[in-house]
Every structure is written in structure tokens, then in C-alpha cells.
Design a protein around this ligand. Sequence first.
Ligand code: FAD
Length: 431
Amino acid sequence: TISLFWFRRDLRLDDNAGLYHALKSGRPVVPVFIFDSNILEALDDRQDSRVSFIHQAITNLQTQLLKKGSTLDVRYGTPEEVFTALLETYQVEAVYTNHDYEPYAQERDKTIAALLNAKGIDFHTYKDQVIFEKKEVVKDNGEPYTVFTPYSRKWKATLTDFYNKSYPTKKYHRYFFKQDEMALPSLAEIGFSPTAITFPGEDWNESTIKQYTKQRDYPAIAGTSRLSVHLRFGTISIRELVREAGAVNETFLNELIWRDFYQAILWHFPGLVFNSFRKEYDNIQWRNHEKEFEAWCNGNTGYPIVDAGMRELNATGYMHNRVRMIVASFLTKHLLIDWRWGEAYFAKKLLDYDLAANNGGWQWAAGSGCDAAPYFRIFNPYLQTQKFDPKLEYIRKWIPELDELTYPLPIVEHEVARKRCLDVYGKALKK
Ligand code: FAD
């Protein structure tokens, strides 16, 4: 008999909690990856960069596994179909995997656990993608934190070596099940073609992290880690990053804590996927003007910092955090378009798309989120530009026609939009 290890958001062979436990279980371990047809069939873009990223990551896993005489068993289908088929191929005693906190994933895992348990097979799951999950960092009375600063204080006070030490998974690699190579399906076989986007590397740069506090807000500078996609798919370990890079710069560590915070918020409040955290924000009379939304998506609002951000996103699948905040504020406050529209557009385009962080970021910008700024704080795109892109380097990179007549006039005047926003938000919130 064998154990199965099911890879999901943890596409690495070392310091992987669930894989470590599987390999230590004493049975040979067959590593498995599922191209989930429920997810893939819902994607509009057949050149989706996330699918290419995953494909590349599992190809890397395969190369490493072949060296150990093992192979990754990759299948396409719904998880239920695939598990039913896997149980026909192997004599499975137990299945191991890591926690995933998104509502879809939780439902999926419940279904798979039931399917396995009905056949007497254990389903073991572990915390891997965050330092603290679920109720590990909560208020003294057991309630979840909904404000970041006290959460981060408790997070830091709770952190010990126990929580951020690596799982020495490599030591047990000899327990991978030995069998002949199984060919991976090509991108074309699962209905996709390769992206034109190049992926950032997975090594962190010590000098970037040292300079992080000073440089992280300037989109023209490569002043942030660019690790988000690797954290998203687990091609790096959060424990290693917190231990090593987090020790170099506290501001950087705080960003990693934001990541845990939003995962915990989503786990405690799954209704956030559809609803505002502050319920009264669902009374806002959004304008939801389709043409204006299109102008925002395409980077044609006539606000250079907004347009540069959207063009960066469309071209690279990435947008600098400062600019994410500006474009999200602009959509929800200047244009009064429902944050869910912006959230959905980011979900389609971001290489690092993560439900918890994206929903958190959008609700923060709209003011409806758990730890959002008060609604009357409206970013002024011109002042943001003066502060964070004073020489217009970032803007000119993405808008070469900035000084030409072809560049559009502002879609709405700033002061008009500000007053309209205060009025509409004020009415909904009865202030
Ligand atoms: P760095 O500044 O180097 O930060 C290091 C890591 O910390 C990031 O890789 C990320 O994992 C984490 N992190 C940083 N800021 C945040 C944050 N505010 N919330 C949660 N985690 C954070 N991040 C995503 O990973 N996926 C998303 O879908 C996403 N959507 C966003 C939407 C909006 C509207 C906003 C305002 C922010 C969003 N963010 C999202 C957070 C942030 O913008 C990105 O994590 C960051 O820009 C990624 O670049 P980096 O890896 O260079 O970050």
C-alpha cells in the first residue's frame, strides 16, 4: 500500500509540512497534482499566465522527482473524478495535503475527505502556507482580530522557533514511490497555450529587503521583493522567508503578516467573498458605468498614474502595491464602480491573484473592509504622483504618448469626483 501526497498551493519538495508528514508515515509516497477542470474551465483566457506558471512549477517538480527514481502523477478532471481514478490505480492507505482556506477549496476538501473516509482511507491535512492560521492568533476572548495592528502585535508575541522552523522534508525523499516516468500533460493538452509573460525569480535579494522601508512605495524602483507569485503557489516557503528576510527588515515582515491576516479574515468571514465586511457599504448606490469601467481596465482614464498601473497589469500580470491602492481607490471612489468589479478584473489578470489578499485589498480601498481607512479619505491621484513618482518615470514607461494629443483628457474632474463620492458614500452610510 502507498500514501498519496496531493500538491496544491505548495509546489516545492522541501520544507513542505504535508509532504514531510506523508514521507515520514512509513509508506511509499506517490506525489500527485490535479489540473482541476472546475477551475480551468472557468478561465476566459486560454493563455492564462497562472496556468503557465503552474505548468512550469510542476515541470520543475518532475525533474527533481525523476532524479529520485520517482515521478509526479498529474491528472486532469474534477478532484472527485481524479481521486476515484487514483484509487483504481493504487492501493491507497492515506492521503496527505496542506490546508487551503478559500471557500471553494474547503468545500472541495470536505467532499474528498468524505469520498476517502467512506473507503476507510485517512485524509490528513496540515498548515503550510501561513505561519498562523484559523484561531491561532485571536483576541484573549477567542474572537478574531479585525484590525491589523493588534493582530500583528499578537502574531509577533506568539511567534517562536517552533512556528517558523523548516520541515526537513529532504531527509525523507528516499520514501517517494519508485516507478517509471509518467509524462506530464502539455499545456496544449489541457487547453492552454504558453503566456508571453516572464516570471520573477524566487530568490530574495538581501539589499532590496534592507532598503525595503525606504524604497517600497516608489513604483519606478524595483524596491519590493516580487515574491508574491511564489508565495501564492508555494514555490518558496513562508517559514524560511519569515525567518530569513523577515529578520532583516521589520516593515517587510509586517507585509508577510498582512498576508496571514487576510487569510485568517477570509477563514473567519467567508461571506466576504460576496459581501462588504461593513454591511452598510452594501447600501452604496454604485454608478457602475460600463464605458468608464472599460476605460479604467484599458488604462484610458486620463489620470496618468491610474492608466500606467492598469497598463502595467495588462502587460505583465503585476502591479506595484502603491499603484494597486491608487487604481482601486480611483475605481471605487472617483468612478463609483462596485469594488467587486475591480476585484474580478484583478482576479483575471494578476499573476499573484489570491482571493484573501485581493478581496482584502479591494475592500480596504473601497472603505468597506475590516481595517479600511475612513471613507472620506480619498486618494488624490495627482498628489500620489507627486509623492511617489515625482519624475514621472513609472508613468512615462507605461504611457509613452503622455504628452501627445492622443492621450485622453481626465474622465472626470478630481474635485467633482471627490464631492460626488462624499455625497454618495455619505448617504449610504447616513453620515
Ligand atoms: P512585497 O512588498 O515584497 O511584499 C512581500 C509579500 O508580502 C508579498 O509578496 C505578499 O505575499 C505579501 N503582501 C504584501 N502586501 C500585502 C497585502 N497588502 N496583503 C496581503 N499580502 C501582502 N497580493 C497578492 O498576493 N495577491 C493579490 O491578489 C493581491 N491583490 C491586491 C489588490 C489590491 C487592490 C491591493 C491594494 C493589494 C493587493 N495585494 C495582493 C497586495 C500587494 O499589492 C501585493 O502582495 C504586492 O504588491 C506583491 O508584490 P511583492 O511581492 O513585490 O510585495
